[in-house]
Design a protein around this ligand. Structure first.
Ligand SMILES: [Zn+2]
Ligand SMILES: [Zn+2]
Length: 257
């Protein structure tokens, strides 16, 4: 069964295509299930590159309209890709009880041990990965998030693998196992291509060493397109992501539910 639960729309300001364009693409590609997970706005903080909080209801109405239009052909779920930040617990709760089918945890921003909001894109050393992993683990423990998007995104930073990397991965995997969340093998990382890192030519993410560690667990995993263009829905990068997972000794899950 072809499914994708990681889908953006032009509302995030760095993607093209309306909700209808992505639903059409999913039907063209023969998907059974499509989840919309555009970047979540927060009521009182603008992280940038996403819809405004005022636009959230329009987005949800558009997804609802697609659910109806595609009924019988494509099962559609409404979601958001959100960072976990402890001060927003009641916000996630309200989203899930009143508005959404699921939340994807896309931890681009996190809280450091000293309490500041940091971006993983600015991690200064692998020591920061430990704070990052702790915040991600805390997010998983809340039970608000069904899927963890690009759980290995920290490896986009240009550091060689060291013991902090191993430790951070263990924190993430232990939390994922305890919380029964799904880990996503992110096709958008593949889409961006390989580049040169201190530990060799590789994708920024998915990182092979992280996924080797996943192989020794029974944590459910699936591929996520993370499409920002309708034509990326089931493109070569997504196909490669699915093929790679199928070739690995992982617990490939069939569906969100
Ligand atoms: Zn995005
Ligand atoms: Zn995403």
């Amino acid at each position: 069964m072809k499914v994708n639960y990681h889908t953006h729309t032009r509302r995030c300001l760095h993607a093209n295509g309306t909700e209808a364009d992505y639903a059409d693409a999913a039907m063209r590609c023969g998907l059974a299930e499509l989840g919309f997970s555009d970047h979540a706005p927060f009521p009182d903080h603008d992280f940038g590159w996403r819809m405004t909080y005022q636009e959230l209801d329009d987005y949800l109405a558009a997804v609802r309209a697609e659910k109806q239009r595609c009924a019988g052909h494509l099962t559609i779920y409404s979601g958001l890709e959100a960072e976990y930040l402890p001060q927003y617990k009641s916000y996630y709760q309200t989203l899930l009880s009143q508005k959404l089918d699921y939340l994807v945890l896309g931890e681009h921003n996190y809280i450091s041990a000293s309490g500041e909001i940091c971006s993983i894109y600015n991690a200064k050393s692998t020591a920061d990965f430990l704070d990052y992993a702790a915040c991600l683990a805390e997010g998983m423990q809340t039970g608000f998030f069904r899927i963890i998007a690009h759980p290995d995104i920290m490896f986009l930073r240009p550091f060689a693998w060291d013991s902090n990397c191993t430790k951070a991965c263990k924190i993430i995997l232990d939390a994922a196992r305890a919380a029964s969340v799904i880990l996503e093998y992110n096709a958008n990382g593949i889409r961006k291509g390989k580049s040169s890192f201190p530990d060799g030519e590789r994708y920024a993410y998915p990182h092979e060493r992280f996924w080797k560690m996943v192989e020794s667990t029974d944590i459910p995993v699936l591929a996520g397109s993370d499409c920002h263009q309708p034509e990326q829905m089931w493109d070569d990068s997504m196909k490669q992501a699915v093929r790679t997972l199928q070739s690995m000794n992982v617990n490939l899950t069939a569906s969100l539910k």
